[in-house]
Design a protein. Sequence first.
Length: 348
Amino acid sequence: MQPDEIKKLLADKLRGGELRAVIGYRRGTNPFFHRPLITSAPEEVEELDFSPLGVENLCNYITIEVRKRRSQRRQPEEPYKPTALVVRGCHSRALNVLLQEKLIAREEVFVVGLPCRGVIDPHKAQALWHERAATRDHSKVVIDEQGLFELKNGERVQLATYEEIADQRHDHCRTPNPLTYDVMVGEPVAEQPVDPDRQFSDVEEFLQKSPQERWSFWSEHFARCIRCYACKNICPACSCQECSLAKDTEQPVSADAKIRKTFWLTKETDPADNASYHINRALHLAGRCVSCGECERACPMGIPLVLLYRSLAKQVYEDYSYEAGMDPDVKPVMTRFSTEDREDFMAE
């Protein structure tokens, strides 16, 4: 279906009471950054935008929406209404993880699949604009799947190719087309599959370093962490309502309770607690992270978190031949057992 047809379909479903809400992308006030569109108003659906600037993984919003809906009392005769969600290829894998873990049910979401050949790095595009454009007028900015352009006398002048402004975190993506969807925007893109045995080439390159060099690398990055928890808050796989890694050392069970819960880490940003936070979080994401890159995009300190989580994904793939979110009907890797599982890596 074409974008206009998708918009009309969603608006009609909202008017007819078939949808609760629509979650997608809309243009922001800054032409280099899109923002989420979350609406129940049919007339606002026209603001949906399916360009490569829609980079955010929106699956986090669906878990929030579903939890909110489940917490509200509903009359037995009230018809069930799912929420429409726009997902790209890797985002559909995150959705599959949520389905696998029963955090949402398939009937709770109407999936709008969005094929892509990658997404734009807004910061990179903005930097190249200010470097190469003849004007600072942001109304002249045009970004599409061909690259970055400046409007001059009604004509487009190319300032950068698509490859120059693409987000390189998606270079190893094996799912440019959504794996789960109800309707798809346009036609599937031509896939150039990444060889499964070469999909972790970035991790393999890093592993060429000695253990001491690797630890020094991560220690330096973890020391810069300010523990803002942006990586945790934006991650669709971080779905625990109470996180043992991101609270004070002790928390009362209730305001007047004498019993207190002990959590693992303090709120201090010292190197030991920072390292413990990131290492424990990486272990919690083993077999669940889909390398969507949201954590790294949200990090204000520029910590290469995708490399950390992909290191665990590589280990899970090699030990169990499993990739997160590829099939919503398969049990998560940490909850299933097979007699074919490797055992040679286990300590005796």
